[in-house]
Design a protein around this ligand. Structure first.
Ligand code: NDP
Length: 399
């Protein structure tokens, strides 16, 4: 018997809502609230009539008093933030004021600085602890499942993990020369930034897309992948015992990279406001407006994703390698919930994380990254809710 307030009504939110309805023993009531209420109503109309009671609301998640008023009126047991990273702090403020548990899938990033870091959200630790409420940060796939995989590897297979390579492969094809699989603004900010990895206690910075490797992914095939900075590197570097190196690689096709370079070269990916016909506009936000909406890619995307982590370390004095990963089929996701696999692989873990808090398995006061909780019940739910995982104890390693 729990009530969840879901903020946002985009690609990821749509999967969260579908999955909460599939888990109606836990989610008896949900409220979908977003800036554009018609999108919340459209979701409700699609899914209404089952055991989970759905309501909708309009909210500006940049506005703390509006959020507080909505939370006080709806009285949720948890707020699931699947709006944008810019809203993380205002939503956390509202949760603090109303003593409500909180979960998100992406870490805070100021609108005018393309740099995401946990420091702003980790700053809330003491206040959440004092209020006796839980915040779960970064509970999508990566970050999210990658942290749960790491906690699981640590708990069951290693005394010390020395190296982690996170491999995010999207072998999907949507047929457009250029489109992004989730919010274009957030996606382009992420991939056009400098890369970095963690080694021997320091960050090593690279040019964007400077480090390239080729990997043969099960059920997808051989792909080019590039080293990126990614938010879970920051928390895993602190939370995984004995860690010496963590890297994150994401696959990109040639067409995507060629278009991105061209857009960068002409200034379209800039977040510096410019004057256009008497109005201030941000080029990247304008670009977002002309690109395909990721929520519309579902019907046309074919192929699979394969996301997982390769670990190297020791157990009982012996060297161990371990690869744990999930393969997800874009069209299967579309058939089940009407979304492509990127939204699916993010929305399913967000629902599971919220269920972990609501059922008391991940309930403790403070602000936490997912690898700080018991991974076992979460891993079981991944199998039950559409993201089964596979293990390989002799994986091909990335050089
Ligand atoms: P979308 O752009 O599809 O959806 C975002 C939603 O948030 C929209 O409904 C939007 O409303 C709403 N929103 C934006 N600003 C506000 C506001 N001020 N007040 C209320 N609502 C607002 O994004 P996605 O669904 O693709 O992504 C959602 C989140 O998931 C992002 O934070 C993204 O970074 C994260 N993500 C995490 C991944 C992971 O593996 N951890 C992977 C992919 C995404 P409107 O419709 O009016 O624009």
């Amino acid at each position: 018997m729990s009530r969840a307030l879901i903020i946002g009504a985009g690609g990821v939110a749509s999967v969260v809502v579908n999955k909460c309805c599939q888990n109606s023993d836990v989610f008896t009531d949900i409220c979908i609230a977003s800036r554009t209420k018609s999108k919340c109503d459209a979701l409700k109309n699609k899914l209404d009539g089952g055991k989970t009671k759905i309501t909708t609301a309009q909210v500006d998640a940049d506005n703390v008093p509006e959020l507080v008023a909505l939370i006080n009126e709806y009285k949720p047991d948890i707020v699931i933030n699947v709006a944008l990273p810019y809203q993380d702090l205002t939503i956390m403020d509202a949760c603090l004021e109303t003593k409500t548990d909180y979960l998100d899938t992406a870490n805070y990033e100021p609108l005018d600085t393309a740099k995401f870091e946990y420091k702003w959200q980790w700053d809330y630790r003491e206040r959440f602890e004092k209020a006796g409420i839980t915040a779960v940060l970064g509970c999508g796939f990566d970050p999210g499942v990658t942290g749960v995989f790491s906690a699981y590897a640590m708990k069951h297979y290693f005394d010390e993990i020395h190296e982690i390579d996170i491999l995010d492969c999207n072998g999907g094809d949507h047929g457009y020369p250029f489109a992004t699989n989730f919010n274009p603004e957030i996606n382009i900010r992420e991939v056009s930034a400098n890369g970095s990895y963690w080694e021997n206690g320091n960050w090593v910075e690279t040019e964007p897309m400077e480090i390239k490797r080729v990997y043969d992914f099960e059920e997808v095939g051989q792909k080019d992948m590039y080293l990126l900075h990614h938010e879970e590197l920051e928390s895993l570097a602190i939370n995984i015992k004995g860690i010496k190196r963590i890297r994150f690689f994401m696959t990109f096709g040639e067409s995507y990279l060629r278009h991105l370079k061209c857009l960068e070269n002409v200034g379209m990916t800039s977040i510096e406001p410019i004057e256009f016909e008497g109005k201030q506009i941000v080029p990247l936000q304008f670009l977002k407006a002309v690109l395909p909406d990721p929520a519309t890619l579902g019907p046309r995307t074919v192929g699979k994703t394969n996301i997982g982590c390769i670990y190297k370390g020791v157990k009982d004095g012996k060297e161990v390698t371990y690869y744990v990963y999930n393969v997800c089929d874009h069209q299967e996701c579309y058939k089940e919930v009407g979304s492509q696999a990127i939204s699916y692989t993010t929305g399913v873990p967000a629902m599971i994380g919220a269920a972990m808090v609501l059922t008391g398995k991940w309930k403790k006061p403070g602000v936490f990254n997912v690898e700080e909780f018991n991974p076992d019940p979460f891993m079981e739910e991944l199998n039950r809710f559409g993201l089964p995982w596979k293990e390989n104890f002799k994986p091909v390693l990335v050089d």
